[in-house]
Ligand binder design. Structure first.
Ligand code: KG4
Ligand code: ZN
Length: 344
């Protein structure tokens, strides 16, 4: 059994956690920065990096105290080394390097996407490789076949916006608050999901990828027409996203028949309609369905510590000159999606 300190700082969440290789989360601490970025309507990279500098050391101290361990008890230090906002990634990675150097501990440079990909195993001990992961957040929209530690096949990605980004932009168009996902979901409750005709980009196509830019433009036109209630637009938009996610996931399942489970992770996995539609799809295919608790689906350090523990156990540690990477595809063999593979 090994004990790993995990550090996450690739976007606007600063986080530290202590995780064991036998799936125990001894401590986890997370500090969001929503208030610092709110006046700008989005995450400002330099503000995020500065906040990580200020907050991270305290979160590490608190995690160690909560777990009742000292740095000397830890077997390795894992940090997100990318992909993400480079200033923030550097803060977390350099902190990890300093601790590794000072404590004489190995460094594990974790791909943030690998953290998301492996985190569902923390939630469900029955989950085994290989499984199909739908990763849907503000920054990512991918279907990955998770075959083992360090062994991923990317089956689909978005050619423009991520699903969470589409929720956030729709919320903005409807004058709702941020983050947009929960606001749109709440507004949709009072609406009719069939009221506004909206496109389902790429649905039915053999091209495996996602696209949400056309849907967002259609939402804008629906709003500007003045002919629809906001609740109907929200409900119709949400249904269009559900239909896109289900159709694309079904296509991926056909290409990955070795998968034993369907797993959803990322902030968008909080959406009840999306969860139940994916649950139904998994049941149709006779697959285990895993949707981890929300705090584990969104950015956190437990998933980095867990990925770090699995990598450490597999002997996959990194030298102290490991680079910080703004871009770092999990599957380097994956073909670039048309539209320039915008997201990781
Ligand atoms: O994983 P996450 O916390 O951060 C990253 O983007 O990495 O995901 C945040 C995204 C936001 O775009 C947010 O609007 C979306 O997840 N989201 C939702 C819901 N809750 C959060 N989207 C749809 N329905 C929700 N209930
Ligand atoms: Zn993430």
């Amino acid at each position: 059994m090994s004990l790993i300190l995990g550090i996450e700082s690739s976007c606007d969440e600063t986080a530290a956690a202590l995780v064991t290789s036998d799936r125990r989360i001894l401590a986890h601490r997370l500090a969001g920065q929503a208030a610092a970025h709110a006046p700008y309507g989005g995450v400002v990279p330099e503000i995020a990096a500065r906040a990580h500098v200020e907050i991270l050391p305290r979160l590490i101290e608190e995690s160690l105290a909560e777990a009742g361990v000292s740095l000397g008890d830890v077997d390795g230090i894992a940090a997100t080394a990318g992909p993400g906002l480079i200033g923030g990634v550097m803060v977390g990675l350099v902190t990890a390097k300093g601790l590794a150097l000072a404590g004489g501990k190995p460094l594990v440079a974790v791909n943030h996407l690998e953290g998301h990909a492996l985190s569902p195993m923390l939630a469900d001990p029955d989950l085994a490789f290989p499984y199909l992961l739908l990763l849907v957040s503000g920054g990512h929209c991918q279907l990955l076949l998770v075959k083992g530690v360090g062994d991923y096949r990317r089956l689909a990605t978005t050619i423009d916006d991520a699903a969470g980004e589409a929720f956030d932009k729709t919320a903005k168009l409807l004058g709702l608050g941020q983050p947009g996902g929960p606001a749109v979901e709440a507004a949709a409750q009072a609406g009719d999901s069939g009221a506004v005709p909206l496109p389902r980009p790429l649905v039915g196509s053999g091209e495996p990828h996602f696209s949400f830019a056309g849907l967002k433009s259609a939402v804008l036109r629906a709003k500007e027409s003045g002919r629809h209630a906001d609740a109907d637009i929200a409900a119709s938009f949400q249904q269009a996203v559900v239909d896109c996610l289900v159709d694309r996931t079904r296509l991926a399942l056909a290409a990955a028949d070795e998968a034993s489970a369907l797993v959803v992770a990322g902030g968008v996995a909080a959406n009840q309609r999306i969860r139940s539609a994916l649950q139904a799809l998994a049941t149709d295919h006779g697959l285990l369905f895993v949707a981890p608790p929300l705090w584990l689906c969104t950015d956190n350090a437990a998933m980095i510590g867990w990925a770090g523990a699995l990598r450490y156990e597999a002997g996959l540690t990194d030298p102290l000159d490991a680079p910080a990477r703004a871009r770092w595809p999990l599957d380097p063999e994956a073909e670039r999606a048309r539209g320039a593979g915008v997201k990781a």
